[in-house]
Design a protein around this ligand. Structure first.
Ligand code: SAH
Ligand code: SF4
Ligand code: F3S
Length: 452
C-alpha cells in the first residue's frame, strides 16, 4: 500500500549515513516510496553539528527545500540527527515546515512517528529525549524480491560518547555512551551476510570503548565482540570505526595479526602532534603513547595502513605546536587524513573563554598540513603499483570505458583504497572478490588488472 513519498538528505559521519540507510528501508517497509526532492511529501534532513559549517548547511537546506517542494500539497520536513538534538523544538519556531525533530536515540521511533504525522496534518512532535539503554531498531532487512543489501555493510555497536574532548559537541548531541547487546549485533551481522554482505564495518563514535559503559552488554568486551564477528561464516572482511587511541587494547592490536578477515587498515584519530595541545584537548594520550600504539600495530601486522583526523588552530596552538603535528604526520606516514580548522561549538569546554587565543594563521596552517598529506597519500598510492591484491566489487562506475565489450567496475582493496577494474561486460557483479594486480596510481584511486 502506497503511503507517501519521501526524500532523505544526509550530512555528517558514517553513523548518519547508516542511520539514513536504515530509515530508508524501514519507511519502504511501511509502504513509503523514495522520490526526488521536488516530488517528496516528506523531506528528511539527517544532520551533523560537529563544526559550524555543517550546522549552517542545515538552515540553508531548509530554506531551499521550502522552495523546491512548494508545489507538493501537504509536504513537510523532518530534522533528524545531531543538529536536531542540539536545537530541538527551536526548529518549530524558525521553520514552520518542520513537523518532526528527532535525535539519535529517538530515531528508532521515527518510522512510526512519520506514519502518524503523514496521517494527521495537525501534529508536530519532538523526539529528542535520551534513552538509558541502546535503542534497538526494527531490522528492516529486504525481503525476497526487494533490492538487496549492498556487499559492504555497516552495523552500529554503540551510540554516544563519554570522552568530552574539549572541542567536541558529540557527547552533547549523541548523549552518553550506550553499548548495544552483543547478541543483537551478531544477529544483525548474520542477517546482513545472509542478504549478501561480504564486508562489515562495526560503527560507533568511540567504537573500541564498547562494553566499558555501565549498561549491561552481557560482559562482552570490544575484543571479544570483534573476534566473534570475525568468526561469522561467510564474512570476508571486517573493519571498525572510529576507535580512540586511549582505549586501543593490546588484545585488539594483536588481532590485526590473528584474524585473517580483519582488514590491514585502521583510522586512528590523532587530532594534534603536540603533547601540550593534546592535554588541553582532553585526549588522554600523549605522542609517546600514540607512537607506541603505531609500533604495536605494525609489529602485529607489518602491512597495516593508518589514517587519521587532525584539528588545526586549536585555541592557543603555537607555530611550534603545529610543527609537532607536521612531524607526527610525517613520522607515522598516514596514508590519508581528514583535517579541519578548529570550530567553536556551543556548550564545549574549549568554547567558553572569550579570549581563547585562536591562532590567526589557522587557514595557512591547514593548507601546509594538507600539502604534506597530499605528498604522503601520493607516495602511498604509487607504492601500491605492482602489488597483488583482491578487490571487492561494489558497482560499475558511471564513466564507462567507451568500448561496449568491457565495463568499468569500482571496488576496494583490503586497505580501503578505491580500485577500478575493467571487466568483460556481464562478468562483474557486486560482492564478487577478484584477484588483481595494481597497474596505475591516480590522484585518489588505483587501477587494477584481473589476474587469471
Ligand atoms: N569519535 C571520533 C570522531 C568524532 S567527530 C574521534 O574521537 O575522533 C570527527 C572529527 O571531527 C574528529 O575526529 C575531529 O577531528 C573533528 N572535530 C570534532 N570537533 C571539532 C571542532 N570543534 N572543530 C574542528 N574539528 C572538529
Ligand atoms: Fe568527540 Fe572526543 Fe567523543 Fe570523539 S572521542 S566523539 S572527538 S568527544
Ligand atoms: Fe556529525 Fe553527529 Fe556524526 S555531529 S560527525 S553526525 S555524530
Amino acid at each position: 500500500m502506497a503511503q507517501g513519498t519521501f526524500h532523505i538528505i544526509t550530512f555528517g559521519c558514517q553513523m548518519n549515513v547508516n542511520d539514513s540507510f536504515w530509515l530508508t528501508r524501514s519507511l519502504q517497509r511501511r509502504g513509503f516510496v523514495e522520490s526526488p526532492l521536488e516530488q517528496a511529501e516528506i523531506v528528511i534532513l539527517n544532520t551533523c553539528s560537529v563544526r559550524d559549517k555543517p550546522e549552517q548547511k542545515v538552515y540553508a537546506a531548509l530554506g531551499r527545500i521550502k522552495y523546491e517542494t512548494r508545489r507538493v500539497p501537504g509536504s513537510f520536513a523532518v530534522v533528524a540527527g545531531c543538529v536536531a538534538q542540539q536545537i530541538g523544538a527551536g526548529f518549530f519556531e524558525r521553520f514552520p515546515q518542520v513537523r518532526l525533530v528527532v535525535g539519535g536515540d529517538g530515531l528508532a521511533m521515527a518510522p512510526d512517528t512519520i506514519e502518524r504525522l503523514h496521517a494527521d496534518p495537525k501534529l508536530r512532535l519532538n523526539l529528542t529525549d535520551f534513552s538509558e539503554v541502546y535503542p534497538e531498531r526494527d531490522p528492516a532487512l529486504p525481503e525476497h524480491g526487494e533490492s538487496p543489501i549492498p556487499p559492504v555493510a555497516y552495523v552500529n555497536i554503540m551510540q554516544g560518547c563519554d570522552n568530552f574532548c574539549t572541542y567536541c559537541i558529540v557527547p552533547f548531541t549523541r548523549g552518553r555512551q550506550k553499548s548495544r547487546q552483543a547478541d543483537a549485533i551478531l544477529d544483525e551481522c548474520r542477517a546482513l551476510i545472509d542478504s549478501g554482505a561480504k564486508e562489515i564495518t562495526l560503527l560507533g563514535q568511540n567504537v573500541n570503548a564498547y562494553g566499558l559503559d555501565k549498561h549491561a552488554t552481557g560482559d562482552v568486551s570490544f575484543g571479544q565482540l570483534l573476534r566473534r564477528a570475525a568468526e561469522l561464516p561467510g564474512l570476508e572482511r571486517l573493519r571498525f570505526v572510529t576507535p580512540h587511541p586511549k582505549d586501543l587494547s593490546a588484545d585488539v592490536i594483536a588481532m590485526f595479526g590473528e584474524l585473517p578477515n580483519l582488514c590491514p587498515r585502521l583510522h586512528l584519530p590523532l587530532q594534534a602532534g603536540s603533547d601540550r595541545v593534546l592535554a588541553r584537548m582532553n585526549r588522554k594520550y600523549d605522542m609517546a603513547r600514540y607512537r607506541e600504539l603505531v609500533e604495536g600495530l605494525r609489529a602485529a601486522r607489518p602491512d597495516i595502513a593508518l589514517s587519521t583526523d587532525l584539528i588545526v588552530g586549536f585555541p592557543g596552538e603555537t607555530e611550534e605546536d603545529f610543527q609537532e603535528t607536521l612531524a607526527a604526520v610525517r613520522d607515522v606516514g598516514f596514508m590519508s587524513s581528514f583535517s579541519f580548522c578548529y570550530s567553536d561549538r556551543p556548550g564545549t569546554a574549549a568554547s567558553r573563554p572569550t579570549d581563547k587565543g585562536e591562532p590567526a594563521e589557522k587557514l595557512p596552517r591547514l593548507e601546509r598540513l594538507q600539502a604534506l598529506q597530499e605528498e604522503l597519500s601520493a607516495a602511498w598510492l604509487h607504492g601500491r603499483v605492482g602489488c597483488k591484491t583482491e578487490v571487492l566489487l561494489e558497482g560499475t562506475s558511471r564513466k564507462q570505458d567507451g568500448d561496449a565489450e568491457n565495463e568499468s567496475w569500482q571496488g576496494r582493496d583490503p586497505w580501503g583504497d578505491a580500485v577500478n577494474v575493467s571487466l568483460p561486460s556481464g562478468t562483474g557483479a557486486p560482492g564478487l572478490i577478484l584477484p588483481v594486480t595494481i597497474v596505475t596510481a591516480k590522484k585518489h584511486s588505483l587501477v587494477g588488472e584481473v589476474r587469471h
